[in-house]
Design a protein around this ligand. Structure first.
Ligand SMILES: C[S@@+](CC[C@H](N)C(=O)[O-])C[C@H]1O[C@@H](n2cnc3c(N)ncnc32)[C@H](O)[C@@H]1O
Length: 248
């Protein structure tokens, strides 16, 4: 039974591996990813021969566009189904791997490492967050850049909608949100083909100061903060995103 197997996993291992995550977030598509990557590449101006890493790549929407721009791209994700899907796009300059963010895929290989669309802050323990940051830092060449695209926790908490029904392709997702014990929690329930499902997203409310601490401990230095995918300046009350740029 799918439900019982999923119950033994960490929430992030279970939820992102289902087709329902991709249905609920279907507006987070290739178009959005290419818009963001275009702006990041314009800003960071990597060389054509540079190596880029997309850490927690999902089905590979950002990695695919980086590769279409001509870069050498590796990408990884914990979800076996996501990586199986992404592998159809592989070529000699684009490779996908199943890997946990707490483990560096390759050491000192990459000029830029990306961690995009709130793919951080899932762990209960700070030790695991540190392992993840250190692994991302270990993946970078000296002088390389880490880009983390996180949610703006302040705005997410200030504007939290407690309850919402979202209908996507005929499926009603019943969503409940709360802020509890430093985590922004989203409970997602729905029924499909007579079966009831319930998943949870749980992201730690991390702020710029928390990332600066992580970066200091991992040999990284923050040099820019943006607040949206156009890379406008970050504003704690109005920005949807907290996009951090740190140099090794
Ligand atoms: C919110 S999704 C974003 C995916 C992708 N970056 C995108 O924008 O489409 C978060 C991703 O992180 C992956 N993930 C969660 N925990 C992970 C871990 N411990 N190691 C590697 N990937 C992980 C999930 O499988 C999921 O694909």
């Amino acid at each position: 039974m799918m439900k019982e197997i999923l119950d033994n996993k960490d929430w992030f291992e279970a939820w992102f591996d289902t087709p329902y995550y991709h249905l609920l977030y279907k507006n987070r598509n290739f178009e959005e990813a290419s818009f963001f990557i275009k702006n990041l590449v314009t800003h960071l101006a990597p060389n054509d021969s540079d190596y880029l890493l997309d850490a927690c790549c999902g089905k590979g929407r950002h990695a695919l566009y980086m590769n279409q721009l001509g870069f050498n791209v590796d990408a990884f994700d914990l979800s076996a189904n996501n990586i199986a899907h992404a592998k159809q796009y592989e070529n000699n300059k684009l490779h996908f791997y199943q890997n946990d963010i707490r483990q560096a895929l390759f050491n000192n290989k990459y000029h830029i490492v990306f961690n995009l669309f709130t793919s951080f802050g899932y762990f209960d323990s700070e030790a695991d967050n540190m392992l993840a940051i250190k692994a991302l830092s270990n993946s970078l060449k000296q002088g390389g850049v880490l880009v983390i695209d996180f949610l703006n926790a302040q705005k997410a908490i200030e504007n939290m909608v407690d309850k919402e029904d979202k209908i996507v392709d005929g499926l009603t997702f019943k969503i409940k949100r709360k802020f509890k014990d430093e985590f922004i929690v989203k409970q997602i329930s729905f029924e499909d083909k007579g079966r009831k499902f319930r998943f949870e997203e749980k992201v730690k409310a991390l702020y710029q100061k928390d990332f600066i601490n992580y970066f200091n401990l991992a040999g990284l230095k923050l040099f820019k903060v943006a607040g949206d995918y156009q890379l406008n300046d970050f504003d704690i009350h109005n920005s949807d995103r907290l996009i951090l740029f740190a140099k090794k």
